[in-house]
Write a protein that binds this ligand. Sequence first.
Ligand SMILES: Cc1cc2nc3c(=O)[nH]c(=O)nc-3n(C[C@H](O)[C@H](O)[C@H](O)COP(=O)(O)OP(=O)(O)OC[C@H]3O[C@@H](n4cnc5c(N)ncnc54)[C@H](O)[C@@H]3O)c2cc1C
Length: 334
Amino acid sequence: MDNPAGVMMFAETAEGTLCSITKELLGIGRKLADVLGQELSAVLIGKDLDSLAKEVVAFGADKVFVADDASLENYNPERYMVIIEHVIETAAPSIFLLGQTSRGADLAPRIAFKSSAALAMDCVELDVDAGTELLNHTRPVYGGIAMARAQSRPSSLQVATVRSKSQDPSEADPARKGEIVSVGEEVRGYDGQINFLRAVAVEADEVNLEEAEIIVAGGRGVGSAENFKKFVEGFAKILGGVPGASRGALDSDFAPANLQIGLTGKIVSPQLYVAIGISGMVQHMTGCSSSKTIVGINIDPDAAIFKYAHFGVVGDFEQVVPAMMQKCEELLKT
Ligand SMILES: Cc1cc2nc3c(=O)[nH]c(=O)nc-3n(C[C@H](O)[C@H](O)[C@H](O)COP(=O)(O)OP(=O)(O)OC[C@H]3O[C@@H](n4cnc5c(N)ncnc54)[C@H](O)[C@@H]3O)c2cc1C
């Protein structure tokens, strides 16, 4: 490949701020661009983006393509694709990165299809071969019990989505200089098949598991909704984290459905994942096995959770968890 245009990424925003995945993409994107000796550019789409565009530069982009229009305030894949396609055609990047988020997972296959590009979804590691410019990616497979390392086949564009919390976010340097390019004319007057109807805001007290640094999750083994509240939610609160749940806990009505972690629930990668009374079935671990530190608390020494846990406690949670809660409270006070 002889494409000098470098690495491009989709900068996601929410409620007027850059999403944490955007800072992670700027971190890994910067590394890849530096290896290639090329530019890192970002595509920023939405409304009232002046200060966000400057922030994207501060966090590491050399260039930001900004489509700023009231009609782009709410996500619409067709309208966003019109802009992204135009920017890709104009700037001809060799790599395009997105977050493995609902938007990223929606846009990435569209971009890959339109560009006949190689696509790797849900990557947890990325690097690039400086000679061939081919992207190497590592992705969890078989429900997270194995990692697959692969290389994109040569094509003019390589597209990858990156799992949230798998990369170090870049640090802001307000003195950084970059170019801000206004785009988006082509979307004005565009009349597609999808009309935006309304956005349903997440309840203020709804847990954002994907962004959480600390999760305390409870399973069927906690025995009751009262125990879930007392031990799982209580421990999460002490640690400054959020509660999560296995499907076993949901099926037993101990926890609401929005807390489910796993294959058919949320995929999380916190710094700390505490699993209380969770057996560690592969469908659950798919959702949390990339957590930095996993602590398993289970009465059964042969429970599968101990195959994944960095620290394990074999015992009845009703004895183990209160002791941990008390100790953590003491330590966090000092
Ligand atoms: C297609 C498909 C998709 C699925 N998707 C998901 C998913 O997204 N998320 C998910 O979680 N599951 C999912 N499952 C279900 C999954 O296979 C397991 O059934 C589920 O994760 C089990 O939940 P659990 O570990 O809470 O319950 P159990 O398997 O019943 O485990 C309870 C654990 O608690 C321990 N325990 C009991 N008493 C105590 C005590 N006093 N102190 C400490 N430990 C105790 C037990 O030793 C046991 O290990 C899916 C299954 C299928 C087929």
